[in-house]
Design a protein around this ligand. Sequence first.
Ligand code: GUN
Ligand code: FE
Length: 464
Amino acid sequence: MTYTANDQSTFKVQASELDTSRLIRGAWLCPHPTKATWTSYEDAILVFDEQGIISELIEAKDWSKRFPSMSLPNISNPQGVWLPGFIDTHVHYPQTAIIGSASGPLLDWLETSVFPEEAKFSQSKYASYVASRFCDQLLQNGTTCAAVFSSSHVQATQILFSEFARRGLNGELGLTLMDRGAPDDVLCPSDLALAGCEELIETWHGHDQGRLNFCITPRFGLSCTPKLLKGAGELSQKYQLMMQTHISENRAELVATAEAFPEAKDYLAVYEDLGLLHERSLFAHGIWLSDDEWARIANAKAAIAHCPDSNFFLGSGQMSLAKIKANQVKMGLGSDVGAGRSFSMRKACARAYDASRISDSPTSPEELLWYATRGGALALNKPKLGLIAPDAYADVICVEPPPSFSMDAERYSVSQRANQRASQQTSPLSERSLEDLIAQLIFCEDWQGMLEVRTRGQSRWQKA
Ligand code: GUN
Ligand code: FE
């Protein structure tokens, strides 16, 4: 998919097809389809069709040439900048209520904080309450697509799907598979769990033209018997499903996994040997992978969900961005709520930046914002997401950047800025460089600035 904003040969829209409700004029940040870079437009009009699919992005300066009889549309949110919705490639819905539960490293935290909470999702009322709040949190933070671990309960997972569907969100959602290594009230025997998967596949897989899918979700090796993993691998092949799990996150987990799977030559082999390593695999963390495991992940075209805030919170270690880049492994960013402390993918970018500075591959804010959008789409095999280009979904968000402190504070008080921009029709991009803008969007963490969130071009959340 290429940009066509200035390419006369690919113009598709005729004046007669224009509907003012399907135009968004503003400043735009457009991720490159395959490289971690951005193009910006100070003033351009996004045109999308009845399905919420982008037809084109037309620069304002070219508007009158294209549509001589139509005046330029008004700017939507003059103080903001538009970009694709965020993609959270790893998040746990039944951990929404235990964010910040500081009960130690991974295995202690699971036992103390996570399993007792996830057991509550056997109650549909509780699941409904949390699912609704979880989806609201995603939307408020500009996340329009997520790969989500549910609890081990089929009904709680049905509820999550319904909440996603109601909001037009994209998702890869999975029943968390666990049949050992945890309290009974979060376990489900393999036959029942796999039947539950079939039921959820039947009801939801491919919903909304494939925007909502069922994802095979074994929690990790330690909570699954080989029988369950094998069944999961078979289902992922039978229905060509995405598969998500955790890998190589914590030292104690590595030792316990090696003991639990004596036949496996390393952690990746636990999954690989049972049909769970393929181009639709998404592994969270991947902190302690060997060079050989990295090579096999790359070879399989599997992806990594990088969860830096969780890695800090649980003291797990740092995932190697150098290995991602050297092996050209697909990668998205994950909030990993509730080990991650925020639903904000902007904060995930900031934590990924910090992690990159203290490990082996300093990475720029622009690259990280790309991973939080287009990179995530590629990691989830969703080519129509994370792009501002023809054929992509108009799943877009508008964020107001923080005040530019280099500006004359007397003349441009925060309260005047919006009016000033509206009257002068300047854009947030005319005040600063693209690099500065992106850095401010991810590092000024006290500044929320989310103005609007749309899926398929439809407004789903707006600042009150
Ligand atoms: N490994 C197995 N389960 C989990 C979980 O819920 N969160 C994290 N961060 N790691 C896990
Ligand atoms: Fe996780």
